[in-house]
Design a binder for this molecule. Structure first.
Ligand SMILES: [Cu+2]
Length: 334
């Protein structure tokens, strides 16, 4: 009996220590969405259960190894134990009850994260190798590579992929959703904390998968509206080839691979490209004039830039006018 009391106390102490240790390890980033509350609640109870089960196994094992070890010179057999029905029923029924409770809590939490707010703002998301593009239908359908969100308002992202499977993941929002070609998947989120976050792709989608990060900015409703209205105005006022070209580079995700300021991403930068001598993979050089740019945009593998892979640039279907606008925009980058 004394052993049971001692082990019982040690199990409780160990469980508490394990829980406090895991809890203070800071395994989770900040909680920045309404949906994360029920997920973190579930997670917390799982950590409680895990800490207790860990103590329940490790403490009696270590205790037995020390207290009931074979003494020097002891060559007798251990006491022979037949089955114990009460014990077996207990250790079947209690875990069954715990598992069912967690099943219920899981279902409840899932329901909470999917709770629909009829006033949710729709934002369309396009995932492509290797960037995200956001479209705001409520504001004239402008495109952005940054996801701006108003705080405390539910948004529903309608997500599509133009190539392979990607996965939309913002650790601070907790919820994660795959983006599958040929389907529209939904992601509901109510950001609750103003700040900057990052969406990252959580599905290995190709060589530059790790570059597939875009900024998320959660801001005050008024700041958001000002930003969105400004983007809408810019888009509506965009009539020059240069500005239309710029919009196309966002819409088509070109700027996920090509920088406009000289930074080296996964493709040659466009900064200072126009009129420069481009070294090609076959050892020759070519002057980046209109004809070369047009050819590179529509058929990027025709002349391969030295040091770059022929397969990474997607094949685009663009009209002649769109290509001309893109070139007009690239010309301005110097
Ligand atoms: Cu991806």
């Amino acid at each position: 009996m004394r052993h049971f009391v001692v082990v019982g106390i040690l199990v409780i102490v160990m469980a508490v220590l394990t829980y406090v240790g895991l809890d203070s390890a800071g395994l989770m980033p900040v909680e920045a969405s309404a949906q994360s509350v029920s997920i973190d609640w579930l997670w917390n109870w799982q950590i409680v259960a895990i800490s207790f089960l860990f103590a329940l196994i490790v403490v009696p094992m270590a205790y037995s190894m020390v207290i009931f070890r074979r003494r020097k010179g002891d060559i007798t057999d251990a006491e022979h134990v037949e089955g114990n029905t009460t014990l077996e029923i207990t250790w079947t029924v209690i875990p069954l009850f715990i598992v069912l409770t967690f099943a219920y809590m899981g279902a409840y939490s899932l329901g909470e994260t999917r709770r629909v707010d009829p006033n949710a703002m729709v934002i369309k998301v396009k995932a492509q190798q290797f960037t995200w593009t956001f479209e705001y239908p409520e504001y004239g359908g402008f495109f952005s590579n940054e996801l701006h969100l108003p705080v405390d308002r539910q948004v529903v992202l309608k997500m599509e992929s133009s190539d392979v499977i990607h996965s939309f993941w913002v650790p601070e929002f907790r919820v994660k959703q795959d983006v599958v070609p040929g389907r529209v998947t939904e992601y509901r989120i109510t950001p609750t904390l103003i700040g900057s976050y990052k969406v990252r792709c959580a599905e290995i989608c190709g060589t530059s998968h790790s570059y597939m990060e875009n900024a998320i900015i959660v801001e005050d409703e008024s700041v958001f509206t000002a930003w969105a209205s400004e983007q809408e105005t810019i888009m509506l006022a965009s009539q020059t080839p240069e500005s239309l070209g710029k919009i196309l580079t966002v819409k088509n995700g070109c700027v996920g691979c090509h920088s406009i300021d000289g930074t080296q991403l996964t493709a040659p930068t466009w900064f200072g490209l126009y009129g420069s001598d481009v070294p090609l993979a076959d050892g020759t050089t070519v002057v980046a004039d209109d004809a070369y740019l047009a050819e590179s945009i529509l058929n990027s593998t025709a002349k391969l830039v030295e040091g770059f892979s022929p397969t990474t640039m997607p094949a685009y279907t663009l009209t002649d006018v769109e290509v001309a606008n893109l070139i007009a925009y690239i010309k301005t980058l110097k």
